[in-house]
Write a protein that binds this ligand. Structure first.
Ligand code: ZN
Length: 316
């Protein structure tokens, strides 16, 4: 088995944001997932700390008027409500750092074959507006930065967060270099769906078996018709049956099988894969982190011979 120390991209800024009490966003999960990884054997040489992107890098994806409004806190109240975070300078820095993190993850994936970002997946951010906790679309920003240096690369964005990747779909609607695919809940946010290159809309209470069969069909489509040079994988865990915002019936074992199937596909096809952890909103943070940790477990399982997976393949 080929051994790789999977690069982990993390910044302490990800959880360093003051939010009002009972805010829906589980801001602590990033730090807790990093702690989980360390507890389960992550080595010091695996960690990479991203830097915030500058506003000019971001302006290749978002409109400058929107970026000025964000910087100056001059977006009207209704538009801010749609985003769902209170405006603050740390929020802007965190957002730019997260975009830098997804870019660094893609670069590390091109070097190592795989890399995992302990943030990212802000897929509801559009060219000139944000929504659903997404100000800037890190996925699109990172793809555009990679393509600026390697214009002939073909990238597949495989978004398995339970919510449709509407911002990413719209931003790349006219760019054939980026294939956008979203597997999501049919009757979930955003209620007005965009059009990805491939959309799989799942009904409420979709089971592990149905989900994994759909995923297999998607992977075969990507293999046969897209043939990407790089995959950007959004491994959101709001598909979990215990997620308050999900409405699918996917078990923890199902999440592990999904992550394993995607990472294994990339490995077998020899396609570098950059993964971001995406959404996941359970109020129970221990369970939430355990769900996100399945991505790390899948990577250990495929890329190392170290011990974290001995015994049980997943924790229930
Ligand atoms: Zn989501």
């Amino acid at each position: 088995m080929k051994k790789v120390d999977v690069p982990f991209i993390y910044s302490p800024l990800y959880s360093a944001l003051d939010l009002p009490p009972r805010h829906r966003y589980p801001i602590e999960k990033y730090r807790l997932l990093k702690d989980w990884a360390i507890k389960h054997g992550a080595k010091s040489n695996q960690w990479f700390t991203p830097q915030p992107l500058n506003w000019e890098q971001v302006s290749a994806t978002h409109c400058t008027h929107y970026l000025t409004q964000l910087r100056e806190n001059s977006i009207d109240k209704a538009a801010w409500r749609r985003i769902g975070f209170p405006w603050s300078k740390p929020l802007l820095k965190r957002t730019l750092t997260s975009a830098g993190g997804t870019l660094l993850t893609m670069k590390q994936a091109l070097i190592n074959g795989i890399a995992i970002h302990f943030s990212g997946g802000y897929h509801h951010a559009h060219k000139d507006w944000g929504s659903g906790f997404c100000l800037l679309n890190d996925l699109a920003i990172a793809c555009n930065e990679i393509l600026r240096n390697a214009p002939n690369l073909k990238i597949a964005v495989l978004d398995t967060d339970v919510h449709q990747g509407d911002g990413t779909a719209t931003l790349f609607a006219n760019d054939h270099r980026v294939f956008t695919c979203s597997i999501h809940g049919e009757r979930n946010f955003p209620f007005s769906k965009a059009r990805s290159d491939l959309d799989i809309a799942l009904r409420k209470d979709t089971s592990d078996k149905e989900y994994l069969a759909e995923l297999q069909r998607v992977l075969e489509f990507i293999r046969d018709h897209v043939k990407p040079d790089l995959i950007l994988y959004d491994a959101g865990v709001d598909i979990y049956q215990r997620d308050e915002l999900g409405h699918l019936n996917i078990s923890l074992a199902g999440i592990f099988q999904r992550d394993l199937a995607v990472l294994n596909f990339a490995k077998q096809q020899n396609i570098p894969i950059a993964a971001v952890i995406g959404g996941g909103y359970q109020r129970n943070l221990e369970r939430l982190v355990r769900a996100h940790a399945q991505l790390l477990r899948a990577s250990y399982y495929l890329y190392t011979e170290s011990k974290p997976l001995e015994g049980k393949i997943y924790e229930v």
